[in-house]
Design a protein around this ligand. Structure first.
Ligand SMILES: C[S@@+](CC[C@H](N)C(=O)[O-])C[C@H]1O[C@@H](n2cnc3c(N)ncnc32)[C@H](O)[C@@H]1O
Length: 278
């Protein structure tokens, strides 16, 4: 079971869980995750990163946003003229997406078994999803199944081991960041995007890194959540996590927070599949 980036307002959102199987995700987890994703969507650079991902899909025809969450990307893709379908296994996510964007096409489905025919799509997008998957290569094989020759794949995500935090205690920071990463199913999926795409036979593989720098209340909430989740899991002593957070609160009071979260954006062209490959 994987856990989500922890910002935030309460313990639930710090440890919100969503796995590949929607059945072991509670509605409360999903609601907390939606609040977190709303905050992430509003963070510096987030809108630009989404816009860049849409540009990399290139052709505004039939696109799936896999792991669509609360649906914003589907709405934005529609605004850009794409025929966009959001796919997610989580009923709470789908209900939220449908209520927020009633004109959108949202379907229940899983990255390993997408509700599309072979070659039906021209674009596949998955934003902050592959770290949730225990077998990213299988999901990518499914992506290439549903794409027409020349179809585009765009993957976005952070590398969970690579959250940069300015702190007086480097060793404890490492323990907390890496401990939080260890709570994620595939924490380093993003650094693997390039090889994953190459191994799947994709061409034109390119990776960009966009790094928001966070210095405000969102950064503090993020750090509090990371520390809490790591302590709750017994990966660092609670007292250590509390003193680390106290230092960050002190920094916040003096405008001295510094957090950077590199976001990996990979794009590629799907392989031409012959009937024999299928
Ligand atoms: C961190 S959220 C990101 C949501 C959205 N892409 C965004 O950027 O706001 C991860 C999403 O992946 C979905 N998810 C988890 N396992 C999945 C799977 N096996 N197939 C498709 N989506 C999955 C979750 O339900 C959740 O909506």
């Amino acid at each position: 079971m994987s856990k989500h980036p922890a910002t935030d307002t309460d313990t639930k959102s710090a440890t919100a869980t969503v796995s590949g199987a929607a059945t072991d995700t509670t509605a409360a987890d999903s609601t907390a995750l939606i609040a977190l994703l709303d905050a992430v969507e509003a963070a510096p650079g987030a809108a630009e990163l989404r816009g860049r991902s849409y540009d990399l899909l290139r052709t505004p025809t039939a696109v799936a946003d896999v792991g669509c969450g609360a649906g914003r990307a589907v709405a934005e893709l529609r605004d850009r003229g794409f025929r966009a379908t959001g796919v997610d296994p989580d009923p709470t996510m789908l209900a939220t997406a449908r209520s927020r964007f009633p004109e959108g096409d949202f379907r229940s489905g899983d990255a390993y078994a997408l509700p599309f025919r072979d070659g039906e799509l021209t674009g596949y997008r998955a934003d902050k999803v592959f770290h949730e998957l225990d077998d990213p290569a299988r999901a990518l094989a499914e992506a290439t199944r549903v794409l027409a020759p020349g179809g585009r794949i765009v993957l976005i995500g952070q590398d969970w081991d690579t959250v940069v935090v300015d702190s007086d205690d480097a060793a404890l920071t490492r323990a907390i960041v890496h401990g939080r990463a260890d709570l994620v199913t595939s924490p380093r999926a993003a650094r693997g995007y390039r090889n994953l795409l190459l191994d799947a036979g994709c061409t034109d593989v390119a990776v960009e890194v966009h790094t928001p720098v966070l210095t405000d209340g969102f950064a503090l909430a993020l750090l509090e959540g990371i520390a809490r989740a790591t302590a709750d899991a017994g990966l660092v002593p609670t007292r250590s996590a509390e003193s680390w957070v106290a230092e960050q609160r002190e920094r916040a009071q003096h405008g001295r927070l510094f957090v950077a979260v590199p976001m990996f954006l990979a794009a590629a062209t799907a392989p031409n599949r012959t009937r024999a490959d299928a």
